[in-house]
Design a protein around this ligand. Structure first.
Ligand SMILES: O=C(O)CCC(=O)N[C@@H](CCC(=O)O)C(=O)O
Ligand SMILES: [Zn+2]
Length: 358
């Protein structure tokens, strides 16, 4: 069954539940539509671009930021989806003042509905053109995640380019919100994508701190993640932000996200952010030391499933076996992040990190 734009719009204005609508039509709305809402005399333009893609723009106020908030790039990472769904609802129901342009993205609605990370292929390896590269999956492969990754790239590009037509002195940001498969010693952490030698921005780290994220992983190489795409191609302040552990819809303890929600709300509504000046002592900073890709059918991790992210190993520990090849820690205190033996061959099965300084 397809709903007409007028019906979709009516539903949205009535209940503000863009997530429910997205999950009802996970593949496509098939049509874009826009309408205006009035919130305490403030006029807001709402553009529904496709399923899971909604953009809000103040009509009369001058804006200076273009904000992208994505969640559900991995469909089973529900806490960030619930946070964003609530922000969207507040905007649609006229309960939140909008000071800046903001684009919300629910990345992979089809995988949300089956409570899986992805359907056919990990979407967070398909950006910066990864959707059109072989990546060991077979040349010319087309699947839903590849099509969607391309659509997300195009949507982000148009959003930023439309912003730059409004004024030149603008800032761009993209916070790609995730949760980790494993528990983590440091519950909330963020990957700061490779900046090709440009300085890490301390103010952005203070912003992360305000979100309750005090552990930062500095990346030293290009990747095919969504946050690297926005950082590299549009000079957006971008992070992959990990907000705790994967839980099913409705089972997240939302009290754990008070800080991140309040800070994102302040960002959208132009409230003073009250960032603490950057002090390295407030943070756990790491840099990515080894990127271990699975190259063999028999890939094994040499530690249990409940070993948490940021667990460190003595130098010389064999932490994984890639076929006959031992994966060995090279530095004292080298710690594991995102271990996953079940990734496709050719993909990242594990990262190691070591303490670093900004
Ligand atoms: O917990 C895990 O193993 C994965 C959690 C997750 O989805 N992490 C992102 C990190 C992306 C980045 O490195 O910027 C991912 O693996 O895509
Ligand atoms: Zn994820």
């Amino acid at each position: 069954m397809e709903l007409l734009p007028e019906q979709l719009q009516k539903e949205l204005i009535l209940n503000g539940d863009f997530l429910a609508l997205t999950r009802q039509f996970p593949e496509k709305f098939g049509t874009s539509f826009s309408f205006q809402i009035t919130n305490n005399q403030q006029k807001i333009n709402v553009k529904v671009l496709e399923t899971g893609l909604i953009c809000f723009e103040p009509v009369e106020q001058i804006t200076c930021r273009d904000i992208v908030l994505s969640s559900g790039v991995h469909g089973n990472e529900t806490a960030p989806i619930e946070i964003c769904a609530d922000l969207i609802k507040q905007l649609l129901l006229g309960k939140l003042y909008l000071a800046e342009r903001v684009l919300f993205i629910f990345g992979n609605p089809v995988s949300m509905n089956i409570a899986k990370r992805f359907v056919e292929e990990n979407m967070n390896r398909l950006f910066s053109g990864g959707h059109s590269q072989d990546q060991g999956q077979g040349a010319g492969l087309i699947n839903k995640e590849r099509i969607r990754a391309k659509l997300l790239e195009d949507t982000v590009r148009s959003f930023y380019l439309e912003g730059s037509k409004l004024s030149t002195a603008r800032t761009r940001c993209h916070y790609d919100l995730h949760t980790a498969i494993r528990g983590s010693k440091n519950d909330k952490f963020a990957v700061y994508p490779f900046r090709h030698g440009k300085p890490w921005k301390k103010e952005q780290l203070s912003f992360m701190q305000a979100c309750g994220v005090d552990t930062i992983l500095l990346s030293h190489s290009p990747t095919t993640t969504f946050s690297y795409f926005s950082s590299n191609e549009f000079d957006a302040d971008a992070f992959t932000v990990e907000l705790g552990k994967v839980m099913p819809f409705g089972e997240n303890d939302m009290t754990k996200f008070t800080q991140v929600k309040a800070t994102l709300t302040a960002l959208i509504s132009g409230e003073h952010l009250q960032l603490k000046p950057f002090d390295e002592a407030d943070f756990h900073i790491y840099e990515i030391h080894q990127i271990i890709n699975r190259t063999q059918e028999n890939f094994q991790l040499n530690f249990a499933d409940d070993v948490e992210n940021f667990t460190d190993f003595p130098k010389g520990s064999v932490i994984a076996m890639d076929g006959e090849k031992e994966v060995i820690t090279q530095v004292e205190g080298e710690a594991i992040i995102f271990p996953n033996a079940n990734v496709a061959i050719g993909q990242r099965a594990l990262l190691t990190v070591i303490p670093a300084k900004i």
